[in-house]
Design a protein around this ligand. Structure first.
Ligand code: SF4
Ligand code: ZN
Length: 288
């Protein structure tokens, strides 16, 4: 096979064509850079690191391209899995020379996701939203960057449509502005690349990441379906995400009054934020 762009030997099938290594990397850069160029204006970046391929490849991308990047990780306390994740993040950030901050949920707040029996993923979501905003902000972050990718957003979009939660799709855009002085803006540079492209990038660049999924994860199967469609419809995922990007702005912005939690002072739409509610139920009661 020959590379569709330069005619050299091609070893990679991606972006709907055969490509050589260099042309793949150029196209990957072009898609990620399109988002960064549009929405990044020199702010100090903190990457939320879960240890998986997306966040670790994103860390590598930002580091290699000279962005002012820092890493933040939450040890969620999910047994051996969390221990392996923390080890790999520590060693990879050290190798790249990137500053890393870690919060250990059990040590600092007295509970862990591994011990929550009822809906652990929902509690985990609350913990991540809260700490990923609070800790980097308190340490000088001006923008929070996450590894959510094109396939994640397509999956969210389908689920929102099927659940008739149409307005939730308003958030399925590459950049979310600051809604409150204490809420960091959020940027998703991998909005135009999916699992497959990121996996190839990680392999070509030797990115280190944890290969296993979280033991509590329940996979929906939607991503496999997207890839099945793409076998018959070239570039389906890319064309679809461009539509989702445009369509998202048609959905009304959720009107919510943001105030400060009576216990911890962090932004919330209730008197007591969901994180403090969790902590009162499972962990230390103090607000320190
Ligand atoms: Fe958290 Fe694991 Fe659930 Fe993901 S799968 S939300 S990491 S508990
Ligand atoms: Zn609170």
């Amino acid at each position: 096979m020959k590379c569709k762009i330069c005619g050299k030997n091609a070893e990679i099938q991606a972006f709907g064509m055969w490509l050589c290594r260099d042309c793949f990397l150029k196209l990957f850069f072009r898609r990620v850079n399109k988002i960064l160029k549009k929405y990044w204006h020199g702010e100090k970046i903190w990457v939320a690191l879960s240890g998986g391929k997306d966040s670790m490849a994103l860390l590598h991308y930002l580091w290699e391209n000279g962005y002012p990047v820092h890493g933040y990780h939450i040890n969620l306390g999910i047994g051996d899995y969390s221990r392996s994740v923390e080890d790999i993040i520590r060693s990879y950030t050290e190798e790249l020379g990137v500053e890393l901050l870690i919060t250990n949920l059990r040590e600092e707040y007295g509970f862990s996701i591994g011990e929550i029996r009822r809906k652990p993923c929902s509690a985990c979501g609350t913990v991540k939203r809260y700490l990923m905003n609070k800790v980097p902000r308190e340490n000088g972050a001006e923008i929070l960057v996450t590894g959510h990718n094109m396939d994640d957003f397509l999956e969210f979009f389908i689920k929102n449509m099927l659940g008739k939660n149409y307005s939730w799709s308003r958030k399925l855009v590459p950049y979310l502005e600051r809604e409150h002085p204490k809420l960091l803006p959020k940027l998703r540079p991998f909005y135009l690349v999916g699992d497959k492209e990121i996996e190839i990038y990680a392999k070509l660049k030797g990115v280190k990441y944890i290969k296993e999924n979280c033991p509590l994860a329940k996979l929906s199967g939607w991503k496999e379906i997207l890839y099945e469609i793409e076998k018959k419809k070239k570039n389906f995922r890319y064309e679809m995400i461009l539509s989702v990007w445009e369509m998202a702005y048609f959905f009304p912005q959720e009107k919510r009054e943001i105030r400060e939690c009576k216990l911890c002072g962090e932004p919330t739409s209730r008197d007591i934020c969901s994180f403090c509610t969790l902590r009162m139920r499972y962990g230390k009661k103090s607000t320190g």
